[in-house]
Design a protein around this ligand. Sequence first.
Ligand SMILES: [Fe+2]
Ligand SMILES: [Fe+2]
Length: 339
Amino acid sequence: MTSAPAKNATTTDSDLELARAYAEKLLLLSQGSVDKHFDPFTDIDWDNPDYAVTADDPRWILPKSGDMFARHAWYQGLSQARKIEIGMWRQANIAKVGLQFETLLIGGMMQHTFKLPNGSREFRYCTHEVIEECNHTLMFQEMVNRIGIDVPGMGPIIRQLTYLVPPLASVFPNLFFMAVLSGEEPIDHIQKGILRAGEQIHPIMRGVMAIHIAEEARHISFAHEFLEHHVPQSNAVNKFVLSLAFPIVMWIGGRAIIVPPRAFFREFDIPREVRKDVFFGLPDSRETFAGYYADVRSLAKRIGLLNPVSKAVWKALRIDGPGTRYRSEPDRPGQVRAA
Ligand SMILES: [Fe+2]
Ligand SMILES: [Fe+2]
């Protein structure tokens, strides 16, 4: 994909038109990165006295709007002190998982850009995105350091993705950008849900989330555009494989983001049933999880990745349901699994 697609023996006028439209969109996204970007050390007021981290600050209690664990009766029945203690650990750990996820993404994007030709607009946009993601990892790590708990982030098995995801980008870029969406979509949904609900949260969390949401909108748009442009060019066999991989990748990535590692349950003596309830069993949890992927389901439909077999996979993983009318449409009650 170059800035001036040229016609050759195998391209048609409509191919050229699509390539030009894609290049235009990438230029717009790149300009967006130039016009509006953040620096975690100048745009977050870390040393403001109100941002101080103390162990008795109720603003660390987990917000119900963004955390299915916070909505569970077990958490709600704890003392305020215990809710704060668990809230600090969980929020620090989510930041750590976020930064590990971004690191995988940065590694993969660099593998992808290494092979791109001169003039490629994908090169320019992806490099802007990597710079933003590097800033996000700095911001998330600073948050973890300030909270001061030595959290692990992802569990030991899921951490092995570090050997799989970056090389995936150079061999199977479509699959890689699906993996990108599998993490970016749930994080974005959770953060927007918290800010929209207006619940009290710690100002460090608020500052970090505001920056993240603003820049992730571009990243998510790019992953959608990338798949929308490249997947239809695949042959029928590859397309079929991608159609099955899509829901599986969403499920694995989403679980890696929302389910805390075993260390969390050990640290706070959380009963096994609570873990099963919260992340796998309760209708509220299943509906929330499936809701993270409404935009992705619309994308799957648009790019021809919904067929009877892949639909059965979405359903078996319990992440099926209707799509959205437009990207980033807020969840509507009863939207998920209603159709
Ligand atoms: Fe990010
Ligand atoms: Fe991102």
